[in-house]
Design a protein around this ligand. Structure first.
Ligand SMILES: Cc1cc2nc3c(=O)[nH]c(=O)nc-3n(C[C@H](O)[C@H](O)[C@H](O)COP(=O)(O)O)c2cc1C
Ligand SMILES: [Mn+2]
Length: 490
C-alpha cells in the first residue's frame, strides 16, 4: 500500500527509529541549518552512522512544524520507495523495458498482470483534496506564515527548497513537475530558479515567444507522499509526466485535484499548495544561495512567481531540505536516481556495466562508467553518449573503465585509471552545455567537459606494446596456504 501522504511517511519513519522530534524553539534563520548539519552531515561522515530525519515542532516565528533530512539515508530512500534495496526499483523498470512481444496465448496471459500494473501509473483526477482544508486568497496570503529557511549566512533571503513546481507546456498542454528553489521576496512573491536547460524554463520560453507580455499559470505543492515528492527531481524526458512516474513508483495513481485559481492540478495529498502565475516579461535578481556544490550560487536574473492563493491542510507540515557541502540529504536522492536509472542507460547502451557518481562530484562533476569494451574507440563513444543523455549532459568529467573495475570502489578506480592512461592520448575534451551551478565554467551554462579513457588500450587503437596482466595469486597456491595457515603461527 502506497503512503497516503507525507504525514503517514513521518509516522513510519518514527516507528522505524528514523525520525527525531525537536520540541525546543529553533530559528529557521540559520539555526535549523546548523542543527541539521550536526545531526545529518557530521553524523553521516562518521563510519557506520547516519543522522535521522528531524521534525522541528516549534520553528521560531511560525505555527507550523518543519521536516528536514527526510530522505537523508539509503535506508530512508528505500522506505520512500517501499523496497528493501534500490535495485528493486531498477528491477521493476528493467521488467518493463525487457517486455518482449508475446509468442502465443501463454505469453499473453503472463503479460496481463504487467498490463494491469500499467493502469496504476496514470494520475487520477479527484473532486477534493485535503490540501484544501484551509484556503487563503487575496489579502489573507502570507508566505511568511511558514517556517521558510534562510539556510546560509550569505543567502539572499529565505528559500523554499523542496517544492514541486507545476507548469504546462504551452504547445502540447502536457504537464511538467520540477523541483526548483524559490526565494521569498515578500508575503506573496517569490523567485523561480528555472535553470536554462530545465523543462520549466522551456515552458517559460515557449510561452514568451508567443506572447511576450503574457503570463503562465504556475502551482507549487510542498510535502506530498514520498514518491510523488521525489518525482520532482527525476531526470526524465520532457513531456513524460512526472506524476505518471510517481504512480509507477508508488504503485498507485497519484490523485490530482484542480487548483482554485488557475487551470493546473496538484496532488490532492499535498501539505501546502501555492497557486499563481509567472509574468513572461518580468525578471528579478535571485540569490545568492548556499548551494549543493558547497559554494554559493551567485546572483542572477530569474522569473518571478506571484501567489494568488495558498491552500493547506489544517495542520500542515512544512517540508524542506538543506543543501551545502556534500554529502547532504540530496546526495541520497541523487544516489537513488543513479541506481534506479541504470537500467534505462543500459537499455540504450548495453555495453554499460555500472555507473558511479561520488558524493564529492555533486552529480554533474564526475561520473565513473564501466563498459564491456568491444571495438576501438568504444570508451569515447560512451563519453559522447553520456553527454547526450538528458541531464547527464552536464557531466564535467567522465572516467571510462573496463568492466572488471568496481566503479563503487573509488580507491580501485583511482589506482587502475591512473595506471591505464597516457594522458595526452587518452583525454578527450568537448564543449557544450554545463550545469548552471558550475562557477568555474568560462560562462554560465556553457563550457568544456573532459572524458578520460581509462580502459585497456588495444592494438586496433594503435597501441602496439603488450598490455600487462593485473597481479593475482593463483587459486591453487591460495588454497594450499589457507590449509597451512593454522600451522604458521601468524
Ligand atoms: C533539493 C533540490 C533543489 C533543486 N533546485 C533546483 C533549482 O533551483 N533549479 C533547477 O533548475 N533545478 C533544481 N534542482 C534539480 C531539478 O529538480 C532536476 O534537474 C529536475 O529533474 C528538474 O525537472 P525537469 O527535468 O522537469 O526540469 C534541484 C534538485 C533538488 C533535489
Ligand atoms: Mn520534466
Amino acid at each position: 500500500m502506497a503512503y497516503r501522504d507525507l504525514r503517514e511517511f513521518v509516522k513510519e519513519l518514527e516507528k522505524a527509529g528514523e525520525l527525531k522530534r525537536v520540541r525546543a524553539e529553533v530559528n529557521p534563520i540559520l539555526e535549523i541549518t546548523e542543527v541539521t548539519q550536526r545531526i545529518a552531515r557530521d553524523a553521516n561522515r562518521k563510519p557506520n552512522s547516519v543522522g535521522p530525519a528531524v521534525l522541528f515542532e516549534k520553528p521560531k516565528g511560525s505555527r507550523y512544524p518543519l521536516l528536514v533530512n527526510t530522505f537523508g539515508s539509503v535506508k530512508r530512500m528505500c522506505m520512500a520507495f517501499e523496497v528493501n534495496e534500490l535495485d528493486e526499483v531498477a528491477g521493476r523498470i528493467r521488467g518493463f523495458l525487457d517486455t518482449k512481444s508475446p509468442q502465443g496465448i501463454f505469453d499473453k496471459i503472463k503479460m496481463l498482470p504487467k498490463l494491469a500494473e500499467l493502469g496504476t501509473f496514470f494520475p487520477k483526477s479527484v473532486k477534493n483534496g485535503e490540501c484544501k482544508e484551509v484556503i487563503h486568497k487575496g489579502g489573507d496570503i502570507n508566505l511568511l506564515d511558514f517556517p521558510i529557511l534562510k539556510c546560509w549566512p550569505q543567502d539572499g533571503g529565505r528559500f523554499i527548497t523542496f517544492p514541486l513546481v507545476f507548469t504546462k507546456n504551452p504547445e502540447s498542454g502536457k504537464r511538467n513537475v520540477g523541483m526548483y528553489r524559490m526565494q521569498v521576496y515578500d508575503e506573496r512573491t517569490t523567485g523561480m530558479h528555472w535553470q536554462t536547460q530545465k523543462h520549466g524554463a522551456e515552458h517559460f520560453r515557449r510561452a514568451r515567444e508567443k506572447n511576450p507580455e503574457g503570463r503562465i499559470p504556475v502551482s507549487v505543492a510542498i510535502g506530498s507522499d514520498p514518491a510523488t515528492t521525489l518525482s520532482g527531481m527525476l531526470p526524465i524526458p520532457p513531456d513524460l509526466d512526472e506524476m505518471m512516474f510517481a504512480g509507477f513508483l508508488r504503485r498507485e495513481p497519484v490523485e490530482m485535484v484542480a487548483c482554485e485559481t488557475n487551470e493546473l492540478e496538484v496532488p490532492a495529498n499535498a501539505e501546502i499548495v501555492l497557486e499563481g502565475y509567472v509574468k513572461l516579461n518580468e525578471m528579478r535578481t535571485e540569490g545568492p544561495f548556499g548551494d549543493h556544490t558547497g559554494f554559493y550560487s551567485l546572483q542572477g536574473d530569474y522569473p518571478v512567481f506571484h501567489v494568488e492563493c495558498v491552500t493547506h491542510k489544517k495542520d500542515p507540515i512544512y517540508l524542506t531540505t538543506v543543501v551545502g557541502p556534500p554529502p547532504q540529504e540530496d546526495f541520497y536522492m541523487g544516489h537513488a536516481v543513479e541506481r534506479v536509472f541504470l537500467p534505462v542507460m543500459k537499455m540504450q547502451y548495453p555495453e554499460i556495466v555500472d555507473v558511479a557518481m561520488p558524493a564529492e562530484g555533486i552529480f554533474h562533476n564526475l561520473m565513473i562508467v564501466a563498459i564491456r569494451k568491444s571495438y576501438p574507440g568504444h570508451a569515447r563513444k560512451i563519453m559522447n553518449a553520456v553527454w547526450s543523455l538528458g541531464q547527464a549532459m552536464f557531466t564535467k568529467m567522465i572516467v571510462v573503465v573496463d568492466h572488471d573495475v568496481d566503479v563503487h570502489n573509488y580507491s580501485e578506480v583511482l589506482w587502475k585509471s591512473l595506471c591505464a592512461v597516457d594522458p595526452e592520448r587518452d583525454v578527450q575534451f568537448s564543449l557544450g552545455p554545463v550545469d548552471t551551478l558550475d562557477h568555474a565554467a568560462r560562462m554560465q551554462d556553457f563550457g568544456s567537459k573532459m572524458g578520460i579513457d581509462a580502459t585497456r588500450k588495444w592494438p586496433t587503437e594503435g597501441f602496439t606494446r603488450p598490455w600487462p596482466d593485473e597481479i593475482l595469486m593463483d587459486e591453487a597456491t591460495k588454497k594450499r596456504v589457507a590449509d597451512l595457515w593454522k600451522t604458521l603461527g601468524l
